[in-house]
Design a protein. Structure first.
Length: 270
């Protein structure tokens, strides 16, 4: 999500967490690379805003070496890897600025997009400073956008992706809930507004899933992977609002990318 969208543990802790996702240790076959290249499209959740270690090239896009597309490519060694996702991208930016990386040889495409189109930046600002009534009104407007213009934009984008990469497996990843209810946050939004925002994320994911299915794409829901790691939880994988690093607010941390998004992509990309 644009402009709406730290904790790095010791390596041993991250390894332990990764093993917990994987289950009991068993003999594992080497990961399979897709038949063709891998292209990672999308917005800040795919570029890795909030994860740190940003790449020198394309600084305005804030592409992180800790983002799930980079981690997946390192583990699976696709024939080629194009990291096109960019901070602030909506469906129009993906359509006009990122699809040049696709070709008939592309074997896998991933993307997150839709949060910016839905106006989540404005929603979060109004909910933070505008009170309960204005928060709910802003969320209602965002939901109307999801059901209206966003649906049309997704259809146009998804059609263009299929036309440029006719043989690719396309995985549309969703967004996690932002808040853990009845959690540890003493200040900020009340649980009523937090629940309303989580419900809006659910609605956005439903729209994304519906349009993905209509185009023969795979939708990957990450809400369960992030459960217990939202803002206000004891071990959040999302940044809360930070006035000193406002771009990273409401975005996944490095563990959110490696322990939230990456395992979900691993499960659906084989």
């Amino acid at each position: 999500m644009r402009q709406t969208r730290t904790a790095a543990g010791a390596c041993s802790l991250l390894l332990a967490a990764a093993c917990a996702f994987a289950g009991p240790a068993t003999a594992q076959a080497p990961p399979r690379a897709p038949a063709g290249g891998y292209v990672a499209l999308g917005d800040s959740y795919s570029s890795g805003v909030g994860a740190g270690d940003y790449l020198a090239s394309g600084k305005e896009c804030k592409r992180s070496s800790r983002a799930y597309p980079v981690l997946w490519a390192e583990a699976h060694a696709p024939a080629t890897f194009s990291f096109a996702a960019c901070n602030g991208a909506g469906t129009e930016e993906v359509l006009t600025e990122q699809l040049g990386h696709l070709s008939p040889r592309t074997g896998l495409v991933t993307l997150t997009v839709g949060g910016h189109d839905s106006g989540f930046a404005g929603v979060m600002a109004l909910c933070a400073i505008g009170g309960s009534g204005r928060c709910h009104t802003a969320v209602d407007r965002a939901r109307d956008t999801m059901d209206g213009s966003l649906t049309e934009r997704l259809d146009r984008l998804y059609t263009a992706i299929r036309n440029r990469a006719p043989a690719a497996r396309v995985v549309v990843l969703g967004y996690p809930h932002l808040y853990h209810l009845k959690g540890a946050c003493a200040l900020g939004l009340q649980d009523g507004e937090r629940a309303t925002l989580n419900d809006a994320v659910d609605h956005l994911n439903e729209v994304l899933a519906g349009r993905a299915a209509a185009h023969g794409f795979t939708f990957a829901d990450v809400t369960a992977a992030f459960a217990g790691h939202e803002i206000c939880s004891s071990r959040p994988w999302l940044h809360s609002v930070d006035i000193l690093a406002i771009t990273e607010s409401y975005h996944p941390t490095a563990p959110g990318q490696s322990l939230g998004y990456l395992p979900v992509l691993n499960r659906v990309s084989g």
